[in-house]
Design a protein around this ligand. Sequence first.
Ligand SMILES: C[S@@+](CC[C@H](N)C(=O)[O-])C[C@H]1O[C@@H](n2cnc3c(N)ncnc32)[C@H](O)[C@@H]1O
Ligand SMILES: [Zn+2]
Length: 287
Amino acid sequence: MSEALLAVQSALRCPHCAASIKIDPGVAKCDAGHSFDIARQGYVNFLTNQTFIKNADSAAMVGARQKMHARPFFQHLAQQIAQVCESLCRVISVPVIVEPGGGTGFYAHAATQVASSSVAISFDISIHAAKVCARQSNRIAAVVSDVWHPWPIGENSADIVLSVFSPRNFAETERVLKSGGTLIVVAPKDHHLVELRSQFNALSIQHDKSETISALLGNFTNTEQFVHQSTELLDGQAMYETLLSGPNGHHLKPKDMEAILQSKPLDVTHSVSISIWKLNIDARASE
Ligand SMILES: C[S@@+](CC[C@H](N)C(=O)[O-])C[C@H]1O[C@@H](n2cnc3c(N)ncnc32)[C@H](O)[C@@H]1O
Ligand SMILES: [Zn+2]
């Protein structure tokens, strides 16, 4: 029995028919009879056969990201996100955190550690990520699901949605958030990893101008925005892990990997913006 899935059972919905879900040993079933195996690692796969799997992280990419998360920049980032969650969760008895494109659930894990009564649903299209996520904690339900399809989560279920370096579906974010709930968006700044990208001719990052995000969040109010930035000296191995864990991971060829691994250490800028958005209390009334 997955304790983590059981803890968020009331928030889960069937990906076929949106009915409520019941978690039993080894299986998640909806009221209409659709059933989904719970893997022995503890995650449930809610992908439907309409899903075209694209950009799912491979096992190697997931492994590289786990190593990258151990570095100071990402540890501090996780602590900052966790502190924001903790202060939002103080007045809620069992806060529910949803992390779309959550990978290994690294940031949800940091948040649930600090916001001690919270539970989380971290979902990702990668089964490799879900396997790692399911082992992370018994307070994070690991789910395989597509950000671009209706999320397998009921409306008005989440206190916080954590969108960290992941594909963003704001319509679904708004649907699952409780009125007055909070969206935390972490996005790379233009110069994030700039030295790595110029040295290795890597893919440029998606430019996440705050105006673009804000235009898509008409029913939200931006309550806070800050930048987390530092420079880290990375050796070849760390540079390789960094590139493998992002969008470049889908394109690296063996000869590129060899060149990166052999390179001299480089000072690399890490810079991300963290913005916090509250869903307006009257948002649903205006629909
Ligand atoms: C750059 S990673 C970030 C992962 C995690 N948020 C983190 O920062 O550690 C992007 C994640 O999005 C996932 N992803 C890509 N397309 C997706 C989709 N359509 N639905 C769900 N997850 C998706 C990938 O598998 C990957 O784990
Ligand atoms: Zn169903």
